[in-house]
Ligand binder design. Structure first.
Ligand SMILES: Cc1cc2nc3c(=O)[nH]c(=O)nc-3n(C[C@H](O)[C@H](O)[C@H](O)COP(=O)(O)OP(=O)(O)OC[C@H]3O[C@@H](n4cnc5c(N)ncnc54)[C@H](O)[C@@H]3O)c2cc1C
Length: 411
Protein backbone atom coordinates (compact mmCIF):
# COMPACT_ATOMS: atom_id res chain seq x y z
CA UNK A 1 0.00 0.00 0.00
CA UNK A 2 1.22 3.49 -0.84
CA UNK A 3 2.39 5.85 1.87
CA UNK A 4 0.62 8.72 0.13
CA UNK A 5 -1.67 10.66 2.42
CA UNK A 6 -5.36 9.79 2.39
CA UNK A 7 -6.92 13.02 1.15
CA UNK A 8 -10.58 12.14 1.39
CA UNK A 9 -13.34 10.12 -0.22
CA UNK A 10 -14.97 10.82 -3.58
CA UNK A 11 -17.89 9.10 -5.27
CA UNK A 12 -17.68 9.43 -9.07
CA UNK A 13 -20.91 8.54 -10.86
CA UNK A 14 -20.46 7.39 -14.48
CA UNK A 15 -17.74 5.12 -15.85
CA UNK A 16 -17.64 6.45 -19.41
CA UNK A 17 -14.52 8.35 -20.38
CA UNK A 18 -14.20 11.31 -18.01
CA UNK A 19 -15.22 9.33 -14.88
CA UNK A 20 -12.53 6.62 -15.09
CA UNK A 21 -9.77 9.12 -15.90
CA UNK A 22 -10.74 11.30 -12.95
CA UNK A 23 -10.92 8.26 -10.66
CA UNK A 24 -7.41 7.25 -11.69
CA UNK A 25 -5.87 10.68 -11.06
CA UNK A 26 -7.68 11.16 -7.76
CA UNK A 27 -6.46 7.73 -6.70
CA UNK A 28 -2.91 8.71 -7.65
CA UNK A 29 -3.29 11.88 -5.57
CA UNK A 30 -4.30 9.90 -2.50
CA UNK A 31 -8.10 10.02 -2.56
CA UNK A 32 -10.23 6.94 -1.96
CA UNK A 33 -12.62 6.69 -4.90
CA UNK A 34 -15.87 4.83 -5.55
CA UNK A 35 -16.70 4.72 -9.26
CA UNK A 36 -20.39 3.90 -9.80
CA UNK A 37 -21.76 2.88 -13.22
CA UNK A 38 -25.42 2.38 -13.94
CA UNK A 39 -24.84 -0.23 -16.67
CA UNK A 40 -24.30 -3.80 -15.45
CA UNK A 41 -20.82 -3.92 -16.99
CA UNK A 42 -18.42 -1.98 -19.16
CA UNK A 43 -20.22 -0.26 -22.02
CA UNK A 44 -18.70 -1.31 -25.32
CA UNK A 45 -21.10 0.70 -27.48
CA UNK A 46 -20.19 3.82 -29.33
CA UNK A 47 -18.07 4.49 -32.31
CA UNK A 48 -15.04 6.53 -33.21
CA UNK A 49 -14.15 9.35 -30.86
CA UNK A 50 -11.37 11.87 -31.41
CA UNK A 51 -8.67 12.74 -28.92
CA UNK A 52 -7.18 16.06 -29.93
CA UNK A 53 -4.81 18.76 -28.72
CA UNK A 54 -4.94 19.19 -24.94
CA UNK A 55 -6.40 15.71 -24.38
CA UNK A 56 -3.42 14.14 -26.18
CA UNK A 57 -1.24 15.83 -23.59
CA UNK A 58 -3.46 14.47 -20.80
CA UNK A 59 -3.18 10.91 -22.15
CA UNK A 60 0.59 11.43 -22.44
CA UNK A 61 0.83 12.46 -18.77
CA UNK A 62 -1.41 9.54 -17.81
CA UNK A 63 0.97 7.18 -19.60
CA UNK A 64 -1.59 5.72 -22.04
CA UNK A 65 -0.99 7.76 -25.19
CA UNK A 66 0.87 4.97 -26.95
CA UNK A 67 -1.73 2.37 -25.98
CA UNK A 68 -4.46 4.66 -27.31
CA UNK A 69 -2.54 5.25 -30.56
CA UNK A 70 -2.10 1.49 -30.93
CA UNK A 71 -5.89 1.10 -30.73
CA UNK A 72 -6.42 3.45 -33.71
CA UNK A 73 -9.56 2.68 -35.72
CA UNK A 74 -7.43 2.53 -38.92
CA UNK A 75 -9.49 5.30 -40.54
CA UNK A 76 -7.48 7.23 -43.13
CA UNK A 77 -9.71 10.13 -44.12
CA UNK A 78 -13.25 11.12 -45.10
CA UNK A 79 -14.89 10.88 -48.54
CA UNK A 80 -18.24 12.42 -49.48
CA UNK A 81 -19.86 9.91 -51.83
CA UNK A 82 -22.91 10.05 -54.10
CA UNK A 83 -25.62 7.40 -54.55
CA UNK A 84 -23.30 5.44 -56.87
CA UNK A 85 -20.46 5.48 -54.36
CA UNK A 86 -18.45 7.97 -56.42
CA UNK A 87 -16.19 10.18 -54.33
CA UNK A 88 -17.22 13.82 -54.69
CA UNK A 89 -14.79 15.32 -52.15
CA UNK A 90 -12.11 13.87 -49.90
CA UNK A 91 -10.88 15.23 -46.56
CA UNK A 92 -7.53 13.72 -45.54
CA UNK A 93 -6.90 12.41 -42.03
CA UNK A 94 -5.04 14.62 -39.58
CA UNK A 95 -1.30 14.83 -39.97
CA UNK A 96 -0.69 16.72 -36.76
CA UNK A 97 -2.49 16.43 -33.47
CA UNK A 98 -5.60 18.45 -34.03
CA UNK A 99 -6.43 18.88 -37.69
CA UNK A 100 -8.68 16.92 -40.05
CA UNK A 101 -12.18 15.42 -39.77
CA UNK A 102 -10.47 12.13 -38.91
CA UNK A 103 -8.16 12.80 -35.96
CA UNK A 104 -4.72 11.28 -35.72
CA UNK A 105 -5.77 9.73 -32.41
CA UNK A 106 -9.11 8.21 -33.29
CA UNK A 107 -10.25 5.32 -31.12
CA UNK A 108 -13.45 3.40 -30.47
CA UNK A 109 -15.18 4.88 -27.45
CA UNK A 110 -15.56 1.51 -25.74
CA UNK A 111 -11.86 0.76 -26.15
CA UNK A 112 -10.83 4.14 -24.71
CA UNK A 113 -13.18 3.69 -21.77
CA UNK A 114 -11.77 0.18 -21.17
CA UNK A 115 -8.20 1.45 -21.33
CA UNK A 116 -8.97 4.04 -18.65
CA UNK A 117 -10.87 1.58 -16.45
CA UNK A 118 -7.82 -0.70 -16.53
CA UNK A 119 -5.46 2.01 -15.23
CA UNK A 120 -3.79 1.01 -11.99
CA UNK A 121 -5.53 2.07 -8.80
CA UNK A 122 -4.77 1.52 -5.15
CA UNK A 123 -7.89 2.60 -3.38
CA UNK A 124 -10.59 2.72 -6.07
CA UNK A 125 -13.68 0.56 -5.94
CA UNK A 126 -15.72 -0.10 -9.12
CA UNK A 127 -19.48 -0.60 -8.64
CA UNK A 128 -21.46 -1.64 -11.75
CA UNK A 129 -25.23 -1.97 -12.08
CA UNK A 130 -26.10 0.64 -9.49
CA UNK A 131 -26.89 4.34 -9.46
CA UNK A 132 -27.48 7.28 -7.19
CA UNK A 133 -31.08 7.88 -6.10
CA UNK A 134 -30.51 10.51 -3.42
CA UNK A 135 -27.85 12.98 -2.30
CA UNK A 136 -28.05 14.68 1.09
CA UNK A 137 -25.30 17.16 1.84
CA UNK A 138 -24.36 17.98 5.44
CA UNK A 139 -21.58 19.90 7.13
CA UNK A 140 -18.99 17.12 6.84
CA UNK A 141 -19.86 15.49 3.55
CA UNK A 142 -22.57 13.91 1.44
CA UNK A 143 -24.83 10.94 2.27
CA UNK A 144 -25.37 9.07 -0.97
CA UNK A 145 -28.19 6.56 -1.42
CA UNK A 146 -27.86 4.04 -4.23
CA UNK A 147 -30.68 2.18 -6.00
CA UNK A 148 -29.47 -1.05 -4.39
CA UNK A 149 -30.36 0.52 -1.04
CA UNK A 150 -26.74 0.93 -0.02
CA UNK A 151 -25.72 4.20 1.71
CA UNK A 152 -22.31 5.79 1.33
CA UNK A 153 -20.79 8.67 3.27
CA UNK A 154 -18.29 10.60 1.14
CA UNK A 155 -16.58 13.97 1.14
CA UNK A 156 -17.35 14.85 -2.48
CA UNK A 157 -19.53 13.65 -5.38
CA UNK A 158 -18.62 14.00 -9.06
CA UNK A 159 -21.37 13.48 -11.63
CA UNK A 160 -19.86 12.21 -14.91
CA UNK A 161 -22.97 10.54 -16.30
CA UNK A 162 -22.97 11.94 -19.82
CA UNK A 163 -25.52 14.08 -21.61
CA UNK A 164 -28.65 12.42 -20.13
CA UNK A 165 -27.43 12.45 -16.52
CA UNK A 166 -30.20 11.97 -13.95
CA UNK A 167 -28.18 12.66 -10.83
CA UNK A 168 -27.52 16.12 -12.26
CA UNK A 169 -31.25 16.79 -11.81
CA UNK A 170 -31.03 16.08 -8.06
CA UNK A 171 -28.66 19.03 -7.67
CA UNK A 172 -29.60 21.25 -10.60
CA UNK A 173 -33.35 20.88 -11.15
CA UNK A 174 -34.76 21.87 -14.51
CA UNK A 175 -34.09 21.03 -18.13
CA UNK A 176 -30.55 21.80 -19.21
CA UNK A 177 -30.72 20.09 -22.59
CA UNK A 178 -30.74 22.03 -25.85
CA UNK A 179 -31.83 19.66 -28.62
CA UNK A 180 -30.07 20.13 -31.95
CA UNK A 181 -32.93 18.74 -34.04
CA UNK A 182 -31.07 15.65 -35.18
CA UNK A 183 -31.18 11.95 -34.34
CA UNK A 184 -28.29 9.61 -34.69
CA UNK A 185 -28.28 5.76 -34.73
CA UNK A 186 -24.94 3.99 -34.22
CA UNK A 187 -24.97 0.48 -35.70
CA UNK A 188 -22.16 -2.07 -36.00
CA UNK A 189 -22.46 -4.12 -39.20
CA UNK A 190 -20.44 -6.92 -40.83
CA UNK A 191 -17.56 -5.66 -42.95
CA UNK A 192 -17.60 -6.40 -46.68
CA UNK A 193 -14.59 -6.47 -49.04
CA UNK A 194 -15.63 -3.07 -50.45
CA UNK A 195 -15.38 -1.37 -47.04
CA UNK A 196 -12.04 0.38 -47.11
CA UNK A 197 -10.29 2.55 -44.56
CA UNK A 198 -12.17 5.69 -45.50
CA UNK A 199 -15.06 7.25 -43.62
CA UNK A 200 -17.65 7.27 -46.42
CA UNK A 201 -20.27 9.95 -45.94
CA UNK A 202 -23.40 9.78 -48.08
CA UNK A 203 -25.86 12.66 -48.00
CA UNK A 204 -29.18 11.03 -48.85
CA UNK A 205 -31.01 14.39 -49.11
CA UNK A 206 -34.17 15.30 -47.15
CA UNK A 207 -31.95 15.95 -44.14
CA UNK A 208 -30.58 12.39 -43.96
CA UNK A 209 -27.05 11.03 -44.07
CA UNK A 210 -25.54 7.56 -43.94
CA UNK A 211 -21.97 6.99 -42.82
CA UNK A 212 -19.74 3.91 -42.98
CA UNK A 213 -16.49 3.93 -41.00
CA UNK A 214 -13.77 1.31 -40.51
CA UNK A 215 -12.80 -0.02 -37.09
CA UNK A 216 -9.96 -2.13 -35.72
CA UNK A 217 -12.14 -5.11 -34.80
CA UNK A 218 -13.07 -6.40 -38.26
CA UNK A 219 -16.51 -4.79 -38.46
CA UNK A 220 -17.85 -1.58 -39.99
CA UNK A 221 -19.37 1.22 -37.94
CA UNK A 222 -22.49 2.69 -39.52
CA UNK A 223 -24.26 5.88 -38.62
CA UNK A 224 -27.77 6.95 -39.65
CA UNK A 225 -28.39 10.65 -39.07
CA UNK A 226 -31.61 12.51 -39.72
CA UNK A 227 -33.02 15.92 -38.98
CA UNK A 228 -36.34 15.99 -37.18
CA UNK A 229 -38.23 18.53 -35.08
CA UNK A 230 -40.06 15.67 -33.26
CA UNK A 231 -38.68 15.00 -29.79
CA UNK A 232 -38.86 11.82 -27.73
CA UNK A 233 -37.95 9.19 -30.36
CA UNK A 234 -34.87 8.18 -28.34
CA UNK A 235 -37.19 7.16 -25.49
CA UNK A 236 -38.97 4.56 -27.65
CA UNK A 237 -38.02 0.90 -27.34
CA UNK A 238 -35.59 -0.60 -29.86
CA UNK A 239 -38.40 -2.13 -31.95
CA UNK A 240 -40.17 1.20 -32.36
CA UNK A 241 -36.86 2.95 -33.11
CA UNK A 242 -36.19 0.39 -35.85
CA UNK A 243 -39.58 1.14 -37.37
CA UNK A 244 -38.81 4.87 -37.33
CA UNK A 245 -35.39 4.36 -38.95
CA UNK A 246 -36.83 2.12 -41.69
CA UNK A 247 -39.53 4.67 -42.44
CA UNK A 248 -37.20 7.67 -42.50
CA UNK A 249 -34.49 5.97 -44.61
CA UNK A 250 -36.78 4.13 -47.04
CA UNK A 251 -35.42 4.53 -50.59
CA UNK A 252 -32.42 6.56 -49.41
CA UNK A 253 -30.09 4.68 -51.76
CA UNK A 254 -26.38 3.81 -51.72
CA UNK A 255 -25.64 1.27 -48.92
CA UNK A 256 -28.56 2.31 -46.70
CA UNK A 257 -30.49 -0.98 -47.01
CA UNK A 258 -27.44 -2.87 -45.79
CA UNK A 259 -27.48 -0.84 -42.57
CA UNK A 260 -31.26 -1.10 -42.15
CA UNK A 261 -31.06 -4.89 -42.59
CA UNK A 262 -28.67 -5.13 -39.62
CA UNK A 263 -31.05 -3.40 -37.20
CA UNK A 264 -32.90 -6.64 -36.37
CA UNK A 265 -29.73 -8.54 -35.48
CA UNK A 266 -27.59 -6.06 -33.59
CA UNK A 267 -28.18 -3.76 -30.62
CA UNK A 268 -27.71 -0.13 -31.60
CA UNK A 269 -27.34 3.17 -29.77
CA UNK A 270 -29.99 5.76 -30.71
CA UNK A 271 -29.50 9.34 -29.62
CA UNK A 272 -31.38 12.62 -29.80
CA UNK A 273 -28.45 15.01 -30.21
CA UNK A 274 -28.43 17.78 -27.64
CA UNK A 275 -26.09 20.10 -25.84
CA UNK A 276 -25.99 20.70 -22.08
CA UNK A 277 -25.92 24.29 -20.81
CA UNK A 278 -25.74 25.25 -17.13
CA UNK A 279 -24.79 28.50 -15.42
CA UNK A 280 -22.61 26.65 -12.90
CA UNK A 281 -21.08 23.22 -12.68
CA UNK A 282 -20.95 22.76 -8.93
CA UNK A 283 -23.16 23.14 -5.92
CA UNK A 284 -21.71 22.56 -2.47
CA UNK A 285 -19.84 19.26 -2.49
CA UNK A 286 -21.21 18.07 -5.83
CA UNK A 287 -19.59 18.88 -9.18
CA UNK A 288 -20.41 18.00 -12.79
CA UNK A 289 -17.82 16.66 -15.22
CA UNK A 290 -17.66 15.93 -18.96
CA UNK A 291 -20.83 15.75 -21.05
CA UNK A 292 -22.97 15.98 -17.90
CA UNK A 293 -21.65 19.52 -17.45
CA UNK A 294 -21.19 20.82 -20.98
CA UNK A 295 -22.03 18.31 -23.71
CA UNK A 296 -21.17 19.94 -27.03
CA UNK A 297 -22.57 16.94 -29.01
CA UNK A 298 -20.70 14.49 -31.24
CA UNK A 299 -20.94 17.08 -34.03
CA UNK A 300 -18.36 19.19 -32.21
CA UNK A 301 -15.77 16.39 -32.44
CA UNK A 302 -14.58 17.57 -29.04
CA UNK A 303 -16.69 15.74 -26.42
CA UNK A 304 -13.99 13.27 -25.51
CA UNK A 305 -11.24 15.87 -25.67
CA UNK A 306 -13.21 18.07 -23.26
CA UNK A 307 -14.08 15.18 -20.94
CA UNK A 308 -10.48 14.00 -20.63
CA UNK A 309 -9.10 17.50 -20.20
CA UNK A 310 -11.73 18.44 -17.62
CA UNK A 311 -11.10 15.25 -15.61
CA UNK A 312 -7.39 15.97 -15.39
CA UNK A 313 -7.93 19.62 -14.45
CA UNK A 314 -10.50 18.72 -11.79
CA UNK A 315 -8.12 16.18 -10.24
CA UNK A 316 -5.28 18.69 -10.39
CA UNK A 317 -7.28 21.47 -8.78
CA UNK A 318 -8.54 19.20 -5.99
CA UNK A 319 -5.05 17.89 -5.26
CA UNK A 320 -3.64 21.42 -5.27
CA UNK A 321 -6.35 22.90 -3.05
CA UNK A 322 -6.24 20.17 -0.44
CA UNK A 323 -2.42 20.03 -0.36
CA UNK A 324 -2.34 23.76 0.32
CA UNK A 325 -5.06 23.94 2.94
CA UNK A 326 -7.76 25.30 0.63
CA UNK A 327 -11.25 23.89 0.23
CA UNK A 328 -13.03 21.86 -2.44
CA UNK A 329 -15.04 25.03 -3.17
CA UNK A 330 -11.85 26.74 -4.35
CA UNK A 331 -10.94 23.69 -6.41
CA UNK A 332 -14.34 23.48 -8.09
CA UNK A 333 -14.24 27.20 -8.90
CA UNK A 334 -10.73 26.95 -10.38
CA UNK A 335 -11.71 23.89 -12.44
CA UNK A 336 -14.72 25.67 -13.90
CA UNK A 337 -12.75 28.89 -14.51
CA UNK A 338 -10.21 26.96 -16.56
CA UNK A 339 -12.45 24.57 -18.48
CA UNK A 340 -15.58 26.62 -19.16
CA UNK A 341 -14.09 28.88 -21.89
CA UNK A 342 -12.82 25.78 -23.73
CA UNK A 343 -16.24 24.10 -23.45
CA UNK A 344 -18.05 27.25 -24.56
CA UNK A 345 -15.93 27.42 -27.71
CA UNK A 346 -16.64 23.77 -28.47
CA UNK A 347 -20.37 24.34 -28.03
CA UNK A 348 -20.34 27.14 -30.60
CA UNK A 349 -21.00 24.84 -33.56
CA UNK A 350 -20.59 26.23 -37.08
CA UNK A 351 -23.62 28.32 -38.11
CA UNK A 352 -26.43 26.20 -39.55
CA UNK A 353 -25.20 22.98 -37.93
CA UNK A 354 -26.47 20.25 -38.15
CA UNK A 355 -28.68 21.19 -41.13
CA UNK A 356 -25.63 22.36 -43.08
CA UNK A 357 -24.09 18.88 -43.11
CA UNK A 358 -27.41 17.14 -43.85
CA UNK A 359 -28.73 18.80 -47.02
CA UNK A 360 -32.35 18.55 -48.03
CA UNK A 361 -31.82 19.40 -51.73
CA UNK A 362 -29.41 18.39 -54.49
CA UNK A 363 -28.34 22.01 -54.90
CA UNK A 364 -27.40 22.25 -51.25
CA UNK A 365 -25.55 18.90 -51.46
CA UNK A 366 -23.49 20.08 -54.46
CA UNK A 367 -22.58 23.21 -52.49
CA UNK A 368 -21.45 21.05 -49.54
CA UNK A 369 -19.21 18.95 -51.76
CA UNK A 370 -17.80 22.07 -53.46
CA UNK A 371 -17.07 23.60 -50.04
CA UNK A 372 -15.24 20.46 -48.95
CA UNK A 373 -13.17 20.52 -52.15
CA UNK A 374 -12.20 24.14 -51.51
CA UNK A 375 -11.11 23.33 -47.96
CA UNK A 376 -8.74 20.65 -49.20
CA UNK A 377 -7.48 22.58 -52.23
CA UNK A 378 -3.81 23.43 -52.47
CA UNK A 379 -4.28 27.19 -51.67
CA UNK A 380 -6.42 26.38 -48.63
CA UNK A 381 -3.87 23.85 -47.41
CA UNK A 382 -1.18 26.48 -47.86
CA UNK A 383 -3.10 28.66 -45.39
CA UNK A 384 -2.69 25.82 -42.93
CA UNK A 385 -5.14 23.45 -41.34
CA UNK A 386 -8.40 24.79 -42.70
CA UNK A 387 -10.11 21.41 -42.69
CA UNK A 388 -9.95 21.07 -38.96
CA UNK A 389 -10.97 24.68 -38.42
CA UNK A 390 -14.07 23.92 -40.49
CA UNK A 391 -14.97 20.66 -38.78
CA UNK A 392 -14.34 21.66 -35.17
CA UNK A 393 -12.84 24.52 -33.11
CA UNK A 394 -9.17 24.27 -32.14
CA UNK A 395 -8.50 21.65 -29.49
CA UNK A 396 -5.00 22.97 -28.95
CA UNK A 397 -6.34 26.34 -27.76
CA UNK A 398 -6.17 24.99 -24.20
CA UNK A 399 -2.89 24.66 -22.35
CA UNK A 400 -2.94 21.82 -19.84
CA UNK A 401 -1.78 23.26 -16.51
CA UNK A 402 1.08 21.73 -14.53
CA UNK A 403 0.03 20.41 -11.14
CA UNK A 404 3.02 19.81 -8.87
CA UNK A 405 0.71 18.26 -6.25
CA UNK A 406 -0.52 15.63 -8.68
CA UNK A 407 1.95 12.75 -8.54
CA UNK A 408 3.66 11.83 -11.83
CA UNK A 409 3.77 8.33 -13.26
CA UNK A 410 6.61 7.18 -11.10
CA UNK A 411 4.94 8.28 -7.87
C1 LIG B 1 -22.96 4.33 -25.18
C2 LIG B 1 -22.32 5.60 -25.65
C3 LIG B 1 -21.89 5.71 -26.97
C4 LIG B 1 -21.28 6.89 -27.42
N1 LIG B 1 -20.85 6.94 -28.71
C5 LIG B 1 -20.25 8.06 -29.17
C6 LIG B 1 -19.78 8.13 -30.52
O1 LIG B 1 -19.89 7.18 -31.28
N2 LIG B 1 -19.20 9.28 -30.94
C7 LIG B 1 -19.05 10.36 -30.10
O2 LIG B 1 -18.51 11.38 -30.52
N3 LIG B 1 -19.47 10.31 -28.82
C8 LIG B 1 -20.06 9.19 -28.34
N4 LIG B 1 -20.50 9.14 -27.03
C9 LIG B 1 -20.28 10.32 -26.17
C10 LIG B 1 -18.82 10.42 -25.71
O3 LIG B 1 -18.45 9.24 -25.04
C11 LIG B 1 -18.67 11.62 -24.80
O4 LIG B 1 -19.02 12.79 -25.53
C12 LIG B 1 -17.28 11.91 -24.26
O5 LIG B 1 -16.42 10.83 -24.33
C13 LIG B 1 -17.34 12.44 -22.81
O6 LIG B 1 -17.58 11.35 -22.00
P1 LIG B 1 -18.28 11.37 -20.59
O7 LIG B 1 -17.48 10.43 -19.75
O8 LIG B 1 -18.52 12.74 -20.12
O9 LIG B 1 -19.73 10.74 -20.88
P2 LIG B 1 -20.13 9.34 -21.46
O10 LIG B 1 -19.08 8.77 -22.32
O11 LIG B 1 -21.48 9.52 -22.04
O12 LIG B 1 -20.21 8.38 -20.17
C14 LIG B 1 -21.21 8.51 -19.18
C15 LIG B 1 -21.32 7.21 -18.41
O13 LIG B 1 -22.20 7.40 -17.31
C16 LIG B 1 -23.08 6.31 -17.23
N5 LIG B 1 -24.32 6.72 -16.56
C17 LIG B 1 -25.37 7.37 -17.06
N6 LIG B 1 -26.27 7.63 -16.11
C18 LIG B 1 -25.76 7.12 -14.96
C19 LIG B 1 -26.22 7.09 -13.62
N7 LIG B 1 -27.39 7.64 -13.25
N8 LIG B 1 -25.44 6.51 -12.69
C20 LIG B 1 -24.23 5.96 -13.03
N9 LIG B 1 -23.77 5.96 -14.29
C21 LIG B 1 -24.51 6.55 -15.24
C22 LIG B 1 -23.28 5.88 -18.67
O14 LIG B 1 -23.72 4.53 -18.75
C23 LIG B 1 -21.88 6.06 -19.23
O15 LIG B 1 -21.08 4.92 -19.03
C24 LIG B 1 -21.12 7.99 -26.53
C25 LIG B 1 -21.56 7.88 -25.21
C26 LIG B 1 -22.15 6.71 -24.77
C27 LIG B 1 -22.62 6.60 -23.31
Amino acid sequence: MSSRPHRGTVLVSGAGVAGPLLAHWLDRAGFAVTLVERAPGRREEGQNVDVRGAAREVLRRTGVEQAALAAHTTEEGTAFVDEHGRRRAVLPAAQGESDGATAELEILRGQLSGLLLDLPAQRTEHVFGDHVTDLAEHADGVSVTLASGERREVDLVVVAEGVGSRTRGLVFPGDHLRPLGMYCAYVTIPRTPDDDRTWRWYNALEGRSVHLRPDNTGTTRALLNFLSPTRGLADLDAGAQTTVLRRVFRGAGWETDRVLAALDDTPFHFEDLAQVHLDRWSSGRVVLLGDAAHCASPISGLGTTLGLTGAYVLAGELATALARGRSHTDAFAAYERRVRPFATRAQALPPGTPALANPRSRRHRRALWAGARVLTSRPARALGGLTGRFTHPPADAFTVPDYPDLPGRAA
